[in-house]
Ligand binder design. Structure first.
Ligand code: FPP
Length: 257
């Protein structure tokens, strides 16, 4: 099978990278700073990975910025995170647009303040037709929420009579999820040492290669990302085939899609 991705220094480039950016709080604590200083520092890592992915030709980058469970954090930290999200959108949207990048936000945005919702909508609108890197921010997002939401919509289509239960195949279901137009993540990265998926893209990560690093998010940079891509590139993706079949047909990114 032919792969559509560009080789980069001889490595197989993932088309879609999904990242859990963990370790901001510990990074700050190590420096005797408030946790929120770690989130501020984390924004520069966000910038670095976006620039890197754009420059090497990755098609999509999904970043977990705020989970549906993060509301449980102290109120002050939640409002710093919201403020940071708003300020970063204000500051970076024009730059993303100039670089032909498309921005979108997945998650239940109805819980956000009016101004943030407006900014998200206008950034999505401005960059809608861009054909370069897809930058996806998961905010107030949870994988179970996303799946439940799709089930609810399909159930009402059944009630309306627009779809029969027998017509709900894996493909039809997947087309009702976020990011249905993008390849599923090839590479998942979690920084900060924990080895969990934490309710991120539960459906879409079914065949994704997982990479965990102890590096705290504010210390994660281009070199660390290149390391993760090299590690990914050396793996054999089987998608249920045998190792021999994979070697014969050179299946890498394009398995069972
Ligand atoms: C996890 O570290 C990080 C977060 C919950 C927030 C991530 C947000 C940013 C990097 C900045 C804003 C992002 C955008 C896209 C503008 P943690 O606080 O759980 O760290 P800890 O595990 O060390 O406590």
């Amino acid at each position: 099978m032919e792969s559509e991705v560009k080789p980069f220094y001889g490595v197989q480039l993932p088309r879609h990278i999904a990242i859990i950016m963990d370790g901001n709080g510990r990074w700050a604590k190590n420096r005797f700073l408030p946790r929120t200083a770690g989130h501020h520092a984390g924004v520069s890592s966000v910038r670095k990975v976006i620039e890197y992915c754009g420059s090497v030709g990755v098609k999509a980058l999904t970043l977990f910025a705020f989970s549906s469970e993060n509301w449980r954090r102290p109120q002050q930290e939640v409002s710093v995170l919201m403020g940071l999200f708003l300020a970063t959108l204000e500051k970076e949207t024009a730059k993303l647009h100039k670089n032909n990048m498309r921005l979108r936000v997945i998650g239940d945005r109805t819980a956000f303040g009016f101004e943030l919702q407006e900014k998200i909508a206008s950034a999505e609108h401005l960059t809608f037709d861009n054909t370069g890197l897809n930058v996806v921010i998961a905010a107030n997002y949870g994988g179970r929420w996303e799946i439940t939401d799709a089930v609810r919509r399909l159930a009402s289509q059944v009630v309306d009579g627009t779809i029969n239960p027998e017509e709900i195949t894996t493909e039809v279901f997947a087309s009702n999820l976020n990011l249905a137009d993008l390849p599923e993540p090839d590479l998942f990265i979690r920084t900060g040492g924990e080895k969990r998926i934490s309710n991120f893209l539960l459906w879409q990560l079914a065949y994704t290669e997982l990479y965990f690093t102890d590096t705290l998010w504010p210390d994660f940079d281009e070199t660390e990302l290149e390391e993760a891509i090299k590690d990914y590139s050396g793996r054999q993706r089987r998608f249920g085939y045998t190792g021999e079949q994979v070697e014969k047909f050179f299946i890498h990114n394009d398995g069972l899609r």
